[in-house]
Design a protein around this ligand. Structure first.
Ligand code: M6R
Length: 367
């Protein structure tokens, strides 16, 4: 049921305050200052003694994995590798029984992710699942796991499952960091309070940017290309923003780490190139300011996602989308929301079938 929304995708975008909250419910106990996750706690020794964590996934779930790498390395100080399941399974990777392999999958049925997990299991790795669909194949084959409680996701373009995956990865990183002593109590307490505030911030973003983003989308209905840029935690968010746009609007879009621009993509920039840039205050802001200057010097059209009250990037940008400030590590959760809306409205105005884009299936059960 679309509950009055025109498409499942829009409904699911709007469900995110709830789906993120549901994913934290019973796990994030701010008052007590604890994160409860049975899947992690029951196997804490495996995580503690892990040589490294390998995250495997496809598509949007792989983007969540990249952010998971930043989170886990920053807070738990455990080395993390993130790999496309389809590459991992065919390249004879080195896997040992000291590795922890985390598979991320909304459907829990993705063929490549499943095959990669089987391989890791055969080699003795401890395998952990982050799935949305309860009792799915991946959820069943893994040694342990944590469900994202996003609820059923019908739109082929993943939205609420992605932010729920980021929520779980945040919880895991903070829990492991606290446990192994890399994350001090004061920092842990302030991070969990920030995380707890995310559903409300998503709600604010939905109400404050919905109309604005619709208007921005109207100006880009005929665009043929888009670049999405971000740095640090928001580099994978840029990849995800670009994927959303291309899969539902069929406009070619690429995501890049902003600093990589001068290694090639800057050659593409002219007055016809729209560039979405994610520029929150916390997270290499000064560097982003110079990236925006470089783009404007070449007349690119900048759509900037900035924090409320931003001036420097905003003054240079053609379009400004304001979002509330949060810790850098959680900013992709909030920043992704207007990017989902942007992709959605551009696709709708182009008359595309947003919930069922051409050539795509909700779960990719063949390789
Ligand atoms: O169900 P999974 O999370 O394993 O699916 C992985 C990808 O097929 C999926 O994220 C795909 O990229 C989506 N259409 C993205 O919106």
């Amino acid at each position: 049921e679309k509950s009055g929304y025109e498409h499942f995708m829009l409904k699911e975008i709007f469900e995110q305050p709830k789906s993120v909250h549901d994913t934290m419910r019973g796990r994030l106990l701010v008052e007590e200052g604890v994160i409860k996750m049975a899947g992690i706690w029951d196997h804490i020794e495996r995580f503690k003694n892990a040589n490294r964590i390998i995250i495997i996934a496809c598509g949007t779930s792989w983007h969540a994995g990249l952010i998971g790498e930043y989170l886990i390395e920053e807070y738990a100080r455990i080395p993390v590798e993130v790999e496309y399941a389809s590459e991992f399974r065919y390249r004879n990777p080195i896997i040992t029984d000291k590795d922890v392999v985390i598979a991320i999958s909304q459907s829990g049925e993705t063929a490549d992710t499943m095959a990669a997990l089987k391989l890791a299991k055969e080699k003795g790795a401890f395998i952990y699942g982050i799935c949305n669909v309860v009792d799915s194949s991946i959820a069943r084959i893994t040694d342990a796991g944590s469900y994202t409680h996003a609820g059923p996701e019908i739109g082929v373009a993943s939205t609420k499952a992605f932010t729920a995956q980021l929520t779980i990865l945040s919880l895991i990183a903070l829990k492991l960091g606290k446990h192994n002593g890399n994350l001090g109590n004061a920092d842990f307490m302030s991070l969990i309070a920030e995380l707890d505030a995310i559903p409300k911030k998503i709600e604010d973003v939905l109400s404050s940017t919905h109309e604005l983003v619709q208007n921005i989308a109207k100006d880009f209905v005929n665009a043929t290309n888009f670049l999405y840029l971000g740095r640090g935690y928001n580099y994978p968010a840029a990849l995800e923003g670009a994927l959303k746009l291309k899969e539902i609007s069929y406009i070619h879009a690429e995501g890049y780490p902003a600093a990589e621009m001068k290694h090639g993509p800057i050659a593409l920039i002219d007055e016809n190139m729209p560039i979405v840039i994610i520029a929150p205050k916390k997270g290499h802001y000064d560097k982003i300011v110079s990236n925006v200057q470089e783009i404007k010097a070449r007349k690119g059209k900048v759509i900037a996602v900035v924090n409320n009250g931003d001036t420097q990037v905003s003054e240079m940008s053609d379009y400004v989308i304001e979002i509330p400030e949060t810790s850098e590590c959680f900013s992709p959760i909030v920043a992704s929301v207007p990017l989902q809306l942007l992709a959605y409205y551009i696709a709708v105005y182009r008359g595309a079938n947003v919930d069922q884009p051409r050539n795509l299936a909700k779960s990719v059960t063949v390789e």
